[in-house]
Design a protein around this ligand. Structure first.
Ligand SMILES: Cc1ncc(COP(=O)(O)O)c(C=O)c1O
Length: 457
């Protein structure tokens, strides 16, 4: 069997996939019925499957291959590092040069946020777990050990570890694994398209921030450790908050002495059009979670970063000060070497600016889709965009997740050579940040073809 796989026998590989592999985020029976597309090649903004079909990658895999696929600079950095030191851990007093160099570069890049220390990990869920644990440890170190609760937003996605799942607001991710951690509370997210109060963004931002303040008061501020949120909610629906929301949240956190954690796993390193999502809203968090765009997915890597004020709590002698958290692969040399090369590209090519310009054009073009009766809303910022589908525009009734309509859209787009992602009732666009306007046009041609074909049915 393994020789057939190694020989690249496409049919054999596709048919055998679901026999042994359980895929994340799908019922195994569904992946057995709908055989997966096996992606076996990539270059720039394109990916190709094992049968040789090429697709425009409108999702940058999972919003992470920000500099594009197959970048020679990153491959060279990994190979160069591989020749020196493939791997050694960073526990205790061991270290390696790429993780040290990366920590210095990150602190330089995050100087405007006043960030001071980084704890490396292997991905986004890890980065969130680190942020939650360090927040509780911080309050113990400063003598306020009652502060343990977490606040977050409905529709939030903070990864799949028990900490992230407990502060995550999405029912589909939690239900099968409940009970989650006690002491986690979600307030309404500022979702302009679906909220029971107002169509005015500023008013909505104020309402949601006030709800946060009220709930904190209700729980008792002396029991709350942190508020965690994504600068733009991604997996939970691509919800762009009103401009006043994050600044108001910062005020609330300051008022009640609560740490503000920005989960920048998706928004970090340019996706919103700013280098960091919180910078986009002119807000300085206390803790930031990073992954994905940190090295565009060439090797798994995550990082939790804290500001100077938080870091100082670890300076005193205290039996509670050791950081009893970390992973075998924290600060993996290959991942950090890839990150150094990746971030050089992000800075040199000013990819945040490109995300802003091309993202603006993308949103303009997506607005054309409101001509189709099942398109309820189109929204986004930078290269984080979504089209929300409804069965009735008046009632805004969502088309159910996994509806054959979505499978058909995806299939037609793929036939047209465009790779899109459908999540629940939304079509998500999160392409590499090197996307150009011509790529946006190709994507829109395919989506128009799909929606036109399906509106004839
Ligand atoms: C905001 C956010 N946080 C955390 C995660 C989890 O990251 P990972 O899948 O690398 O564990 C994700 C993944 O998409 C995310 O979007």
């Amino acid at each position: 069997m393994s020789s057939q796989i190694r020989s690249g026998d496409a049919n054999f590989i596709i048919e055998n996939n679901a026999r042994h592999v359980w895929h994340p985020m799908i019922d195994p029976k569904m992946s057995a019925e709908n055989l997966p597309v096996v992606i076996s090649g990539s270059d720039g903004v394109y990916i190709s499957d094992i049968e040789g079909k090429v697709y425009l990658d409108c999702t940058a895999s999972l919003w992470n291959v920000n500099v594009g696929h197959n970048r020679p600079e990153i491959k060279a950095a990994i190979v160069d590092q591989l020749d020196k030191l493939a791997y050694y851990n960073t526990f205790g007093n061991a270290s390696n040069p790429p993780s040290i160099a990366l920590s210095a570069l990150l602190m330089e890049m995050m100087e405007p946020e006043g960030m001071a220390r980084v704890l490396f990990s292997s991905g986004g869920s890890d980065a969130v777990e680190g942020a939650l644990k360090l927040s509780r440890q911080y309050w113990k170190l400063v003598g306020k050990s009652e502060k343990t609760k977490f606040f977050s937003l409905k529709n939030a996605y903070h990864g799949v570890h028990y900490g992230g799942l407990s502060v995550g607001g999405g029912i589909p991710w939690r239900r099968a694994y409940e009970p989650v951690l006690p002491g986690c509370f979600q307030i309404d997210s500022p979702y302009l398209y679906r909220n029971g109060w107002t169509e005015d963004p500023e008013e909505l931002g104020e309402i949601c921030a006030t709800k946060l303040a009220r709930e904190i008061e209700h729980q008792g501020p002396d029991t709350v450790a942190a508020f965690i949120a994504e600068p733009v909610q991604g997996a939970g629906g691509m919800i762009v908050p009103p401009a006043n929301f994050w600044p108001r949240v910062r005020e609330v956190c300051d008022q009640y002495e609560i740490l503000l954690i920005a989960d920048e796993v998706v928004t970090g390193f340019g996706r919103t059009g700013s280098m960091f999502g919180s910078r986009h809203w002119s807000v300085k968090p206390d803790v930031m979670c990073l992954a994905k765009g940190i090295n565009s997915g060439y090797v798994p890597l995550g990082a939790t970063v804290v500001n100077q004020r938080i870091a100082e709590a670890w300076e005193k002698d205290d039996p509670m000060a050791p950081i009893m958290h970390g992973y075998t692969y924290s600060g993996h040399p290959l991942a950090c070497a890839a990150a150094l090369a990746n971030l050089e590209i992000v800075i040199e090519e000013d990819l945040p600016a490109n995300a802003g310009t091309v993202g603006g054009y993308f949103l303009e073009r997506l607005n054309e889709l409101t001509q189709y009766p099942r398109v309820g809303d189109v929204r986004g910022v930078g290269l984080m965009l979504a089209v929300e589908f409804v069965s009735d525009r008046e009632t805004k009734e969502p088309i159910p997740a996994f509806d054959p309509y979505f499978i058909a859209i995806q299939e037609i787009c793929r036939k047209e050579g465009v790779w899109v992602r459908i999540q629940a009732n939304k079509m998500i666009f999160s392409p590499p940040l090197v996307f150009e306007k011509k790529h946006v046009d190709k994507a829109l041609d395919a989506v128009h073809t799909a929606l036109n074909k399906l509106s004839e049915l």
